[in-house]
Design a protein around this ligand. Structure first.
Ligand code: 5GP
Length: 185
């Protein structure tokens, strides 16, 4: 029995992710030349992307991690609870928000306001996956890895009930794993 047996389809394979992350890292290296950005990431889904992206950037940089949870009813309110805040002030810093996937955009919309109030010099957004079909909040995405269709994906950091984060590719699970309809978001 292998983890891979639960996967119905691989949408983006490991080689394609690696190549795209290298391109994004090179782009950031050029765009942030002479600066010292802080990569702000949201646990836990973005961890794998962050780990690869930071090593693809030839720049002095630092990282900070936040953890948030959505309140019930987030669909309408976009209200988010901060479980783990920034460790250090971002005032005057060039912030790059590193996201795994942008779906409705509500989480990031809240986070951008929150980070903006902390007076960074600049904020840019990089996401590995953009799922525009369900977007409710307009998000200015500066760098994106891939645009994907409206499907629930797992792997490369993304989970279903905390599993599958360690798959090296982005995939879709067999319906039998969910025991019915795939989860929302
Ligand atoms: P948003 O606020 O943009 O709707 O959702 C952001 C979060 O929802 C993502 O950071 C991720 O944790 C989760 N999410 C959205 N779409 C998917 C998906 O297709 N697969 C998984 N595993 N998580 C998702």
């Amino acid at each position: 029995m292998s983890l891979h047996d639960d996967v119905e389809e691989v949408l983006i394979d490991a080689a394609a992710i690696e190549a795209r992350v290298a391109e994004l890292g090179a782009q950031l290296t050029t765009d942030y030349e002479g600066r010292d950005p802080v990569l702000v990431s949201v646990l836990k889904g973005s961890l794998v992307f962050l780990a690869d992206l930071m090593r693809a950037m030839d720049l002095p940089s630092s990282i900070d991690l936040m953890e948030v949870s959505s309140y019930a009813g987030t669909e309408t309110s976009g209200q988010v609870r901060i479980l783990k805040d920034l460790s250090k002030s971002i005032e005057g810093r060039d912030v790059i928000v590193v996201e795994d996937i942008i779906d409705t955009g509500l989480t990031l919309n809240y986070l951008l306001r929150y980070l903006g109030e902390r007076k960074p010099a600049s904020i840019k957004i990089i996401c590995l996956l953009d799922k525009p079909a369900r977007r409710l909040a307009e998000i200015p995405i500066d760098y994106r890895g891939f645009t994907i269709p409206d499907r629930f994906v797992i792997g490369y950091g993304l989970d279903y009930e905390e599993r599958y984060r360690n798959l090296p590719y982005i995939g879709v699970l067999k319906p039998s794993v969910y025991g019915g309809a795939p989860p929302e978001g």
